[in-house]
Ligand binder design. Structure first.
Ligand code: IMP
Ligand code: MG
Length: 181
């Protein structure tokens, strides 16, 4: 059952953490910052499927520079709420990235393993620059060293859904971000 302030699943309950209004305000700020940083550079924004598809589509529509869009798909969560730590590439990007400015767009960084994995994916390529944006960052949960160039919100170490983020493939279509009680 979904209403404005809470989501009830089979045996779980989520309450609102970040509202649609807060998200859109922050996405606009990030888009402005990215537009300023990449002016006349026509960056390739590579969204990390599935979670980042909504963030990426809102982000690029708030940007006022030319850009290209591509996707990679990786997986680590085997359907649960705990990362398996085993990351696999499910879909590689298609773009020729050599000499291009590449910005990876993630939904959330938790342990940092996915960001590290994505960084490694570009070993052997020669992008003009490689940067990372994540809408959310779970503070203090890193198990590897990683760096984000753009962060939307820092959140507590709790499981969240909505605005692209899922539990077991559900709840991606929620307009706000919810936290598991
Ligand atoms: P990391 O590799 O541990 O940093 O986890 C990053 C990936 O795990 C993200 O791209 C998400 O797909 C997924 N993930 C991490 N935390 C959450 C969460 O709270 N809700 C939904 N997905 C999450
Ligand atoms: Mg993700």
């Amino acid at each position: 059952m979904i209403d404005k302030t809470c989501v009830e699943g089979d045996d779980e309950k989520y309450t609102i953490l970040i509202s649609e209004e807060q998200i859109m305000r922050r996405v606009k700020e990030l888009a402005q910052q990215i537009s300023d940083d990449y002016r006349d550079k026509c960056p390739i924004l590579i969204g990390v499927l599935n979670g980042a598809f909504i963030f990426l589509s809102d982000l690029i529509r708030e940007m006022d520079i030319d850009c290209e869009v591509d996707f990679v798909k990786i997986s680590s969560y085997g359907g649960g709420r705990i990362s398996t730590g085993q990351i696999k590439t499910k879909k590689q990007f298609d773009s020729h990235v050599d000499g291009r400015h590449v910005l990876i767009v993630e939904d959330i960084a938790d342990s940092g393993r996915s960001i590290k994995f994505l960084e490694k994916m570009f070993e052997g390529t020669k992008p003009a620059s490689l940067k990372f944006a994540s809408l959310l960052l779970k503070e203090g949960n890193a198990v590897v060293d990683f760096k984000l160039d753009y962060v939307g919100f820092t959140i507590p170490i709790k499981f969240v859904v909505g605005y692209g983020l899922d539990f077991d493939q559900r709840y991606r279509n929620l307009r706000d971000i919810y936290v598991l009680d």
